[in-house]
Design a protein around this ligand. Structure first.
Ligand SMILES: O=C(O)CCC(=O)C1=CC=C[C@@H](O)[C@@H]1C(=O)O
Ligand SMILES: [Mg+2]
Length: 334
């Protein structure tokens, strides 16, 4: 399977971000082509080769066999509001066309006042019928989570859910017993040693599923089934080539009860496909692609990495992770 991919012509990109998100200001990754089309490999810098092997498995699935058949053709999208000031947060939510917003909170210590102002602004922008969720990326302890969630819930006029308030599953379960809003698990699934076996039922009400770090659309579907919870699909900040797989997952899940965090191209100042094909939500939704999106070579030229050292770093990384994947065949078992 790996031998069918044109790794020799892999193309490295670097795209500045509109706002710092997850501590990064430039998104980088590699694109390559296989018999079924193009794919993207873009694990964050801090992920080691073993962890990155699942990201490569997703790309290999995409460009060698494509995706399973979808059961829906359109996916409702949430807008993603980074840790910005209230005016900017209001503008992002108001102009997104989305009825649901996911807001980053707990971005730094003592962020509570800023978090409350951001959440209030977004509720104002969406109106009473909108859905407001927050993501704390696991940084609170139980006591802080319980206190902050109550205040944020009030400021939001009701939160749809709180994503990963604390780090461990035990803490999530404890918080869940003490607060009103639903609890969603993200890192608890995605960063688990064995996502297939992680027992989130009882600790969370919603599973956030991202096929890019979980080893592919088919594998993510099995993980969603094992989690036994309603799902929201969310991005890993891919360009349109990689986002296509996430949309294929959202399209193929038997049940999809929540808007999905796949509107993240708005955080990137460029893309790897042409403007027409770019997966930017229109009126709050995105279509499910039936086949991998093709890289537009002109678009790629405008975002190709210009730093030779970083380009080599990415190509070396791809080489190493290919070797890891070649010796971890279970990751390629569909
Ligand atoms: O879910 C969304 O609205 C956007 C995606 C998103 O929030 C994330 C993408 C990539 C890395 C993560 O830190 C982050 C998340 O925590 O969910
Ligand atoms: Mg999250």
């Amino acid at each position: 399977m790996l031998d069918d991919i044109d790794f020799a012509n892999a193309r490295v990109y670097a795209i500045p971000m509109t706002t710092r998100f997850r501590g990064i200001t430039v998104r980088e990754g590699v694109l390559f082509e296989g018999p079924a089309g193009w794919a993207e490999f873009c694990p964050f810098d801090d992920y080691d080769d073993q962890v990155s092997a699942s990201w490569l498995a997703t790309a290999v699935e995409q460009c060698t066999i494509g995706w399973p058949t979808a059961v829906r053709d359109k996916i409702p999208i949430n807008c993603t509001v980074p840790a910005v000031g209230p005016e900017r947060a209001h503008e992002i939510a108001r102009t997104s066309g989305c009825a649901t917003a996911k807001i980053k909170v707990a971005d730094h210590p003592d962020s509570l006042a800023e978090d409350l102002a951001r959440v209030e602004a977004v509720r104002d922008a969406l109106g009473a019928n909108g859905h407001v969720r927050v993501d704390a990326n696991g940084v609170w302890d139980v006591e802080t989570a319980v206190k902050h969630i109550a205040l944020l819930d009030k400021a939001a006029g009701g939160l749809e859910y709180v994503e990963q308030p604390c780090k461990t599953i035990e803490e999530l379960a404890e918080v869940r017993r003490q607060v009103n809003p639903l609890i969603a698990a993200d890192e608890s699934i995605r960063r688990a040693d064995d996502p297939m076996r992680v027992a989130v039922a009882g600790a969370a009400d919603v599973a956030v599923i991202k096929c890019t770090p979980l080893g592919g659309v088919r594998r993510a579907m099995r993980i969603a089934e094992a989690a036994g919870l309603p799902c929201a699909v969310s991005s890993a900040l891919e360009t349109s080539v990689g986002l296509g797989a996430q949309l294929a997952l959202a399209g193929a899940l038997p049940h999809l009860d929540f808007a999905c965090g796949l509107g993240t191209l708005s955080l990137l100042k460029g893309d790897t496909v042409g403007v027409e094909a770019s997966l930017r939500p229109v009126e709050g939704s995105l279509p499910v692609p039936t086949a991998p999106l093709a890289v537009d070579l002109e678009a790629w030229e405008s975002v190709r990495h210009t730093d030779p050292e970083r380009t080599t770093w990415w190509l070396d990384r791809l080489d190493r992770v290919r070797s890891v994947l070649a010796t971890t065949p279970e990751l390629l078992t569909r």
